[in-house]
Design a protein around this ligand. Structure first.
Ligand code: SF4
Length: 700
């Protein structure tokens, strides 16, 4: 099968995997996607990575759920269900019966224990319209804000810092703006594996002479393109960034004109930086003072600089502090608001930006309107009608919900397309919570590890089987289109939500996904000038967009920031140690992440023939020196033990991993990395410390 294979139709859509948001074309015959080609989207310019090009066939996998399922009575809840044969623990049901059982269970808990006993986890894998409907279902149906999704596990701390200091949680410039930059920092990210098409633009930037400052505890593939490589000690982000800013102040390299005109709290920041000299911070960072000075000078002297970061920055108990430092560094150099400048947290999931924008988070209604603001609640109440009264209290976040189940404050959940039984930190604790629920309703495309715990399962349409909008890391709202029919009785998530709402007694009237988009827009001024019709004809429009003929703003905040007074803020950050430091019993640092071929918890990519053939085995990466010290050869099994659990996986040699570290992908259910991770949270973003846990390594 390839470009010369005869097909019946081609459908233009968007890749369902990462936040780059590559536009692609499905080539279809007999309701099967035969192959995929890249299109000239604004983010990808025709390019695709291995996941986008070859990872589509998960939708045709025999494990697809095709009928609603209801749990058989008196069976213990756990992971003991074979996804190929769910009928050992569930029975098939009609949609009508499954909806009735789901709604009756949720309504029973509501009447017995109050609306707060039911919470919801939506998904960044669903469309904007589905994210909007999901948060509305929980807020309207149960009267609280206990609704969240996986943004809590990836960039919640970045968003907290961005909201606090520049008044907006989205990127200030598209990653493609690097074409106009002459210096860029990549910190705590591995774009070659996690944002592969974006990485090609970064590599081109370096090849044409741009200064690329790569900062990461792990030496990744981007090291080869770096003008400066700062492979610093894990957890030392604030020490390193403050030291760089110290140099900029000491050598008077800051853009004082920009600081005076566009920022506040500069004097406090300047004073705070005094004690962070490179000489004082070098032992903490593991980076020589001269290297720190060189990187600081290079970034400050650049005419146009950008900062890109990933979850190496955000997934720490000091993740918000890390992001505060990056914001301060960009502001003091005047590297915001002009072509080739900007702050860009590389978003993970294909629609994590859009799901957050649509209000699928416990502290904000759509468009980041605080739930505490009366006017914001009134706007939603009046639009949603039916006498709805919204709560002014912030809701619980992902990890907090699991704790609340253990304390019986939450007894029922609706989970759409999320897999906390694999993705949560200290996942044994999360699995025990899911097993404890009185009533769990799951809608998904497979019997995921989370669905194994469900009481009712709705079979959902996969991304290429539905139409809806998604928003990528660049703030580009894009149209995803239905290419093939869903198998069996599977339905689009937005339809499932409207039918569940109906059975819960909510009076929702949506004739199409377009009507959902139209309603959502009324609460989201950020979507002004972006209509359904425009997206149908243009495929992508960037927000904010100031006219119906305009493509939207690639760079924002040229004149002012959306904060009171219009100024950005410096927030000085102090040193906060990791929650769990290595000791004699657990002497190594474990960090987790993704691999090029596998997406998050693996439910899609491990069911993709090509991707799973390339990476079929649970593996972890260690420095060859560490392997030798342990007496383990590459390819042999290794046991990893933390205070919370143990796993066995294949060891790989990787000189990019520091000698005191092990890197573990989290896609493998047979060796789930999150059995080991620490659930300690950043106090602002409430993000867990996935990037730092103390472990012991043993011969398996
Ligand atoms: Fe899909 Fe991301 Fe790869 Fe693009 S870079 S093809 S969006 S996974």
């Amino acid at each position: 099968v390839g470009p010369n294979t005869e097909t019946e139709k081609s459908v233009n859509s968007v890749c369902p995997f990462c936040g780059v948001g590559c536009q692609l074309e499905y080539r279809v015959k007999d309701e099967q996607i035969l192959y995929v080609e890249g299109r000239q989207g604004p983010a990808n310019e025709g390019r695709l990575c291995v996941k986008g090009r070859f990872g589509f066939d998960y939708i045709h996998h025999p494990h697809r759920l095709t009928k609603p399922l209801i749990r058989l009575p008196n069976l213990p809840k756990g992971l003991n269900v074979d996804p190929a044969n769910p009928l050992t623990h569930f029975r098939e049901a009609s949609w009508q019966e499954a909806l009735e059982v789901a709604a009756q269970g949720l309504n029973r808990l509501k009447s017995l224990y109050g609306g707060e006993s039911v919470s919801g986890l939506g998904s960044a894998k669903c469309s904007n319209e589905e994210a909007y409907l999901f948060q509305k279902l929980i807020r309207q149906g149960f009267g609280h804000n206990n609704v969240d999704h996986c943004t809590r596990l990836c960039h919640a701390s970045s968003v907290a810092a961005l909201m606090e200091n520049i008044g907006s949680g989205a990127v200030t410039a598209t990653f493609n703006e690097i074409e106009n930059a002459d210096v860029a920092i990549l910190i705590g990210c591995n774009p070659t594996e996690n944002h592969p098409v974006a990485a090609t633009f970064f590599k081109q930037f370096a090849r044409r002479g741009g200064k690329l400052i790569v900062m990461d505890p792990r030496g990744t593939a981007m090291k080869r393109f770096a003008s400066h490589m700062l492979q610093f000690s894990p957890g030392a982000d604030v020490a390193l960034l403050n030291a760089m800013m110290h140099v900029i102040v000491e050598e008077n390299l800051q853009d004082q004109h920009y600081i005076d005109k566009h920022t506040e709290n500069w004097m406090a920041q300047k004073q705070h930086l005094q004690r962070f000299s490179p000489e004082a911070m070098a032992p903490l960072c593991g980076i020589a003072p001269a290297q720190i000075r060189d990187a600081a000078r290079t970034f400050a002297r650049g005419k146009a600089g950008m900062i890109f970061w990933g979850m190496g920055v955000s997934q720490h108990v000091h993740g918000t502090d890390n992001a505060r430092c990056l914001i301060s560094l960009a502001l003091m150099c005047g590297h915001v608001g002009r072509p080739g400048t900007g702050l860009h947290p590389l978003r993970g999931q294909n629609n994590v930006q859009g799901a957050s924008d649509a209000g699928l988070i416990p502290m904000f209604l759509p468009d980041y309107q605080s739930v505490a603001e009366e006017h914001a609640r009134e706007a939603a109440e009046s639009l949603w009608g039916d006498g709805v009264k919204l709560s002014a209290d912030k809701g619980l976040t992902v990890v907090e919900m699991m704790d609340a189940i253990h304390s019986d404050d939450i007894r029922g959940m609706v989970i759409m397309g999320e897999n906390p039984a694999m993705s949560d930190p200290d996942v044994a604790h999360a699995r025990a919570a899911l097993a404890r629920l009185d009533h769990l309703v799951v809608q998904d495309i497979f019997l995921t590890e989370t669905a194994c715990f469900a009481d009712v399962i709705f079979p959902a349409a996969a991304f290429p089987e539905k139409t809806g909008t998604v928003t990528n890391t660049n703030r580009q709202v894009q149209m995803g289109r239905k290419a093939v029919e869903s198998p069996g009785e599977a339905k689009e998530d937005w339809l499932i939500l409207t039918e569940l709402a109906d059975h819960l007694g909510l009076n929702w009237q949506y004739g199409s996904v377009e009507t959902v988009f139209t309603e959502m827009k009324r609460l989201m001024p950020s979507l002004d000038n972006i209509s359904w019709q425009r997206l149908e004809s243009e495929d992508a429009v960037t927000y904010p967009c100031h006219g119906e003929e305009l493509p939207g703003e690639s760079v924002v905040f040229a004149d002012s920031f959306p904060r009171s007074g219009g100024r950005a803020r410096f927030s000085p950050a102090d040193l906060v140690p990791p929650d769990e430091v290595p000791d004699n019993e657990f002497p190594y640092i474990m960090t987790t992440g993704r691999q090029l071929e596998h997406w998050h918890t693996g439910s899609m990519t491990r069911r993709s023939r090509v991707l799973d053939a390339i990476e079929p085995t649970a593996n972890c990466s260690l420095n060859p020196v560490t392997l030798k010290r342990l007496g383990i050869n590459a390819g042999e099994n290794i046991k990893l033990v933390s205070r919370r659990g143990e796993i066995v996986m294949q060891a790989r040699a990787d000189t990019g991993v520091a000698e005191n570290m092990v890197f573990v992908p989290f896609a493998y259910v047979e060796a789930a990395a999150n059995l080991l991770t620490n659930s300690a949270l950043d106090p602002y973003g409430k993000i867990p410390e996935f990037k730092f846990a103390a472990v012991r390594l043993e011969v398996a």
